[in-house]
Design a protein around this ligand. Structure first.
Ligand code: ZN
Length: 452
């Protein structure tokens, strides 16, 4: 096993900022870590190192329809009209298209500073709704895209069986998502086999939402994994109303009362909660999976970040619909939405004199890793998942320590991520994924066929 090293002027290590940091890499991991060193002649040197973030919620294929649903319909648009546009896009997507789109999405995630993605994967069946011979046919495209781009993958096969609360039958537009519990068991097995050759890959399970699964199915699906369990919850007011009509309880309230929600769980969105639900979710140890860019794009609402953090809740961020893949924008959006609601500033900072950017980054680093069964932080023995910032960016001039995070998240028009390593392999150089040109070519061909 050959060792190599990277030298950084600044580095955010697991125990805080340090200067003159040498990371010695071997077998894809950080074999040694030294501080206050001088760069050796010829040693690869970079300005500032951050640990890679986890993108805890993605539907990769939706990257292909980014910007396509920004045209007004006849009667006002909302989440549900967007969903109709998404179903039309899904109707044309083959396994090859799916892979080509996922490659671009994952390359952009790496360029943005995400080194692991949680793919909430619900496209399972053929165009006519029949199961493929290989239940993981579509998932293979996700795995292949992770392999091509180098991003770490937490694959979250989705169980989806109904169109609304009370086990209502699925709609025609949902035919590519639909399964029964036995079919889901086969999908899980095939998914576990599919990721076997992928370093650091994890497979969890994702009951889609309380709309799409019955309580019995939720219990069955949760019992089929010892990995992460992700579910969409309380994203839309209509969903809360429908849940109340069905059960007398709100979605998060119902889950906390009826499912064994704990640290393995990630409730994606959890936008609409009462103060009791907010405190209960924080107490459960589960992660709130927040996707501020998509939540703004879809008009979902605003998550109660301030009270949730005050109650000790764990959170992470995800790019969800992938309408714009940018880690800094997710963190900034989380803070800005809260500022607009509260008419206050620095609402997520952990006290007077403390950095907002650092609070956002550290919360997303820890919560994202928890939700995806990944690792967080630069320390000896950890996977060498490293993001370098270019301090030649004018917005980073004269900054050090947490002020670098504040400037990156709030004040950089262009992305200052210059290089990224995944398991010690460089996958982004000069701000671009190393295979970007070939990936974009395949993406353009796929989009031409889908939109022809
Ligand atoms: Zn989602």
């Amino acid at each position: 096993m050959t060792a190599s090293s990277l030298w950084f002027d600044h580095a955010l290590l697991a125990d805080g900022w340090a200067r003159g940091v040498r990371l010695t890499l071997a077998g894809g991991r950080i074999a040694d870590l030294q501080r206050d060193t001088a760069r050796r002649p010829g040693e690869p040197a970079y300005d500032a190192a951050l640990p890679g973030l986890c993108n805890l919620h993605s539907h990769a294929f939706q990257r292909g329809m980014a910007g396509m649903a920004e045209v007004a319909g006849p009667e006002g648009d909302n989440f549900w009209t967007w969903r109709e546009a998404m179903y039309l896009f899904v109707d044309r997507l083959t396994p090859d298209h799916n892979r080509a789109i996922a490659e671009l999405a994952f390359a952009e995630m790496l360029e943005a500073g995400f080194t692991r993605v949680g793919e909430f994967h619900y496209l399972h069946n053929d165009l006519d709704g029949r199961a493929y011979a290989d239940p993981a046919e579509m998932a293979q495209g996700i795995v292949g895209a992770a392999e091509t781009t180098g991003i770490a993958l937490t694959l979250l096969p989705v169980f989806y069986a109904h169109s609304n609360f009370g086990g209502l039958p699925p709609k025609p537009g949902q035919r590519r998502f639909i399964q029964d519990v036995d079919g889901f068991g086969r999908l899980l097995e095939a998914s576990r086999a599919a990721v076997r050759g992928l370093p650091d890959a994890t497979v969890g399970a994702a009951p889609h939402s309380l709309r799409a699964v019955t309580p019995e199915e939720l219990g069955d699906v949760a019992a089929m994994t010892d990995g992460p369990i992700h579910i969409h919850a309380a994203e839309q007011v209509k969903e809360v109303e429908d849940c109340l009509a069905w059960s007398g309880a709100r979605p998060v309230e119902w889950l906390l009362a009826n499912a064994a929600v704990d640290r393995r769980w990630c409730l994606v969105h959890a936008t609409h909660m009462t103060p009791d639900e907010t405190a209960g979710l924080a107490r459960s140890g589960a992660v709130a999976g927040l996707c501020p860019v998509t939540e703004a794009n879809l008009g979902d609402g605003v998550f109660p970040t301030r009270s949730y953090l005050a109650a000790g809740g764990a959170l992470g961020v995800g790019t969800d619909s992938n309408v714009l893949i940018e880690a800094a924008a997710e963190l900034r959006g989380l803070e800005y939405a809260q500022r607009l609601v509260d008419r206050a500033r620095n609402v997520t900072a952990r006290g007077p004199g403390r950095s907002t950017g650092a609070a956002l980054f550290q919360a997303a680093l820890a919560g994202g890793a928890q939700a995806l069964g990944g690792e967080a932080g630069l320390r000896i023995g950890a996977a060498a998942d490293v993001v370098a910032l270019d301090l030649a960016h004018p917005s980073l001039a004269g900054r050090a320590g947490d002020a670098l995070l504040d400037a990156w998240i709030f004040a950089c028009r262009d992305n200052p991520v210059s290089a990224v390593w995944r398991r010690g392999r460089q996958v982004v150089a000069q701000g671009r994924h190393i295979d970007r040109d070939a990936i974009v070519t395949r993406y353009r061909e796929a989009l031409a066929r889908i939109t022809a």
